[in-house]
Design a protein around this ligand. Structure first.
Ligand code: COA
Length: 269
């Protein structure tokens, strides 16, 4: 695993290029540590998850994660727990914005961290696949559930049932990633998006993303009540007093339009 911090971005790189960054126990346990580190390091404003070499991630390691623990239920259970911890329990509600930068092969188990990141940008020629059906298993872990959260139903069923691969452009069409760009622009576009997120009020950004994640699985009644409480919590925690500043700039100073751009943050508060 590789962690590089540069201009506010924590670049977290799955770093087993010779194994196409397949997720083995080493990656599972390292990711838990790295995410805890990124979350508490003030230099990290946005986390980008990517892969070394020609792959984003070739899914779970069939040898080290599966076969070698087939007869060791205790270690398997420990691994499944730890893997779920980083891939979705923590990643979905990570307190800082997250972007998956899909640079190449992306298969099976890799879909979970991909979908758990808030945003995703792919290289147009990255290759995706729910390959499980091709070798006699179903997209488990929590892959199928994750896919249902972002991909339209017809396409989800098609790719789960056929195992057909598809490219970055198609991934954008079906909602699996936000956009696909030519490979040579991938990093530049990711940095551009990260900078846009870094300009926002970090407290409100954190509350907004977590609120959306949780509310999307609630009934409307529960959602309305939870969101009002979350909104109050956001105001309480916002040291910048963003709402007051924004209101005043719009209503009193008439110096900005919320529909047209961001208020001028007062980070001195
Ligand atoms: N688990 C374990 N090892 C894997 C792996 C995985 N998911 N994906 C790749 N590797 C290993 C290969 O076994 C090979 O190891 P070796 O050098 O010891 O033989 C090495 O990584 C390179 O892979 P290789 O298949 O030779 O590379 P490629 O560039 O020709 O093909 C892929 C790349 C991604 C198309 C191919 O490796 C593949 O299909 N991987 C499995 C993808 C998948 O279905 N994942 C879902 C798992 S849930």
């Amino acid at each position: 695993m590789l962690l590089e911090i540069e201009d506010g971005i924590a670049w977290v790189t799955l770093n087993r290029p010779e194994k196409r960054n397949a997720i083995n126990p080493g990656i599972v346990y390292a990711m838990r540590e790295i995410m805890a580190q990124v979350e508490t390091d003030d230099r990290c404003k946005v986390m980008v998850l990517t892969g070394a070499g020609e792959a984003f991630c070739a899914g779970m390691d069939l040898k080290e994660y599966f076969r070698e623990t087939d007869n060791d239920p205790v270690e398997r259970a420990r691994l499944v727990r730890a893997n779920g911890d980083w891939q979705w329990r923590h990643l979905r509600v990570f307190s800082k914005p997250t972007i998956a930068m899909v640079n190449g092969w992306c298969f099976g188990g890799a879909f979970t961290p991909l979908i758990s990141c808030d945003l995703a940008i792919a290289s147009q020629d990255a290759v995706f696949g729910l390959s499980e059906i091709n070798w006699g298993i179903i997209p488990a872990g929590v892959v199928s559930r994750a896919v249902a959260a972002v991909v339209r139903e017809r396409e989800a069923m098609y790719y789960i049932m056929t195992g057909d691969k598809f490219d970055g452009r198609r991934a954008a069409e079906i909602g699996l990633v936000n956009e696909a760009v030519p490979a040579e622009q991938l990093r530049e576009r990711t940095v551009e998006l990260a900078r846009k997120l870094m300009d926002k009020n970090p407290t409100v950004l954190k509350q907004a993303k977590i609120a959306h994640r949780i509310a999307s699985e609630m009934s409307w009644e529960q959602g309305a009540d939870y969101l009002m409480a979350k909104s109050d919590q956001s105001l309480l925690h916002d040291a910048e007093r963003g709402r007051d500043t924004g209101m005043s700039q719009f209503l009193d100073e008439k110096s900005f339009r919320p529909g047209l751009g961001a208020y001028r943050r007062d980070t001195s508060l």
